[in-house]
Design a protein around this ligand. Structure first.
Ligand SMILES: [Zn+2]
Length: 427
């Protein structure tokens, strides 16, 4: 059944999306004063939304709306129908609170099971879930999906890495779910214990929750001797389970668009962009009950491709997120994403996949310092390597850091729990 759902014709899918959009808009309008006011303000009534083509008539919903409606202003059902609460990490200020009905939890398990299946995980596999359990959606999201799939879950959560490695070895974990930075930390810790991570039984690493460049993926795959599969999601929509790469193609993440409808807009003007152009991802939930979300501006920059994938799935694919609008660094008027710097420096074999960016201001001028870690094996000329890296950054990004420091392997702080911090803005 699952596979058939994912291989629906585009026309059939559009039909289903339109039907679900109508229901979602009515549900939001009837039950959430915030949406009623927004739609009234825009002069749109639920009756004006007949199909997906009418989506553009609806106003956007933003992170700020979630915060302004804290804690439960966006909830569309009574408290007694809410079975669970999660919250976004929110590095600053008010967290974004989301709730789940029984139906939402079922939907979440379904899309997560589908994601894990697409990643090549099967019901006979053992899944080690190293995402944090708690308010963060990563832990329980993957947990529920793996159970729904019929796999065995080891709910290690994050941290305690030496024990995780022993468990992975002794319980023969087939899949590891974690952030990309943790996957590398896991490999490093194993090496430190005298265990070659490639000898561990892991065949899949399902990573997400942080941006990950292609060189970073290659690093994960080589170090762990496993296939790296990227997944994407956000708590405002459901958590993980919005999109995942298929193992067959590893070429963009299929968005489960029977439940989450994607658009790409110009982040400055809000205008919808034609397919293939890079812009901000906007998502509309099509079957959620507790917190229906209309045209949510994710802040994530990506592109969409709807041509049929080698795996046979018809659902649209999104590229790896090049940057969150929030991550954009403006340095002396130049727009830069940390991921762009990462992609360039990881071309160098002499450099380990750990880096740190420090931004400061001196005499009214922005200053960017880049710290890179050498690999353990490095014994070459540091000055020469520095020069080569700076030149490459200049050529690819037209940007040259004010300082580049190469430090010994293991010097840059590792993140064992939660998302990695690579940028320190002291301005
Ligand atoms: Zn595919």
């Amino acid at each position: 059944m699952g596979r058939i759902t994912e291989q629906r014709s585009r026309e059939e899918l559009r039909e289903l999306q339109s039907e679900r959009l109508r229901t979602t808009v009515e549900h939001a309008y009837e039950n959430v004063p915030f949406y009623r006011n927004r739609l009234d303000g825009a002069g749109v009534s639920p009756g004006d939304v007949g199909s997906i083509d009418d989506l553009e008539k609806l106003p956007f919903t933003t992170k700020e709306d979630f915060r302004a409606e804290y804690p439960d202003g966006l909830f569309a059902v009574d408290d007694d129908e809410i079975l669970r609460i999660h919250a976004s990490s929110g590095t600053t200020g008010t967290p974004k609170i989301v709730g789940y009905t029984e139906g939402d939890l079922g939907l979440w398990r379904e899309v997560m099971a589908r994601s894990m299946k697409a990643a090549g995980v099967g019901s006979n596999d053992t899944v080690q879930n190293a995402y944090g359990y708690g308010l963060f959606t990563g832990g329980l999201g993957f947990h529920g999906g793996a159970e729904a799939l019929g796999a065995t879950v080891i709910p290690t959560g994050s941290g305690n890495t030496q024990r995780q490695i022993k468990l992975a070895r002794d319980l023969e974990s087939d899949a590891l779910c974690c952030t990309p930075s943790y996957a590398l930390y896991f490999a490093e810790t194993a090496e430190g214990m005298g265990i070659d991570p490639r000898d561990l039984p892991l065949s899949t690493v399902l990573y997400g929750a942080e941006p990950c460049t292609e060189p970073m993926r290659e690093e994960i795959e080589t170090r762990l001797g496993a296939t790296g599969i990227e997944n994407y999601g956000l708590s405002e929509l459901i958590g993980p389970g919005v999109a995942v790469e298929c193992r067959e193609a590893q070429d963009g993440m299929h968005i489960w668009e029977d439940h989450f409808y994607p658009e790409i807009i110009d982040p400055r003007t809000g205008e919808t962009l034609p397919e293939g152009e890079e812009g901000e991802l906007v998502l509309t939930s099509l079957s959620k009950e507790a917190v229906p979300v209309l045209r949510y501006r994710t802040g994530d920059l990506t592109t969409l491709a709807s041509e049929k994938c080698a795996c046979g799935r018809t659902m649209v694919r999104m590229d790896s997120v090049t940057g969150r609008a929030d991550d954009l660094l403006i340095v002396r008027g130049v727009n830069l994403y940390p991921s762009q710097i990462e992609a360039v420096v990881l071309e160098f074999e002499e450099v380990a996949p750990h880096y740190r960016i420090d931004l400061s201001r001196e005499d009214e001028l922005d200053r960017l310092e880049l710290t890179l870690e050498l690999t353990e094996a490095f014994d070459g000329d540091r000055e020469q390597l520095c020069g080569e890296i700076l030149e490459r950054l200049q050529n690819v990004l037209s940007f040259r850091p004010d300082a580049l420091e190469l430090v010994e392997y293991g010097t840059i702080e590792r993140t064992e729990v939660g998302k990695v911090k690579r940028v320190y803005d002291h301005r």
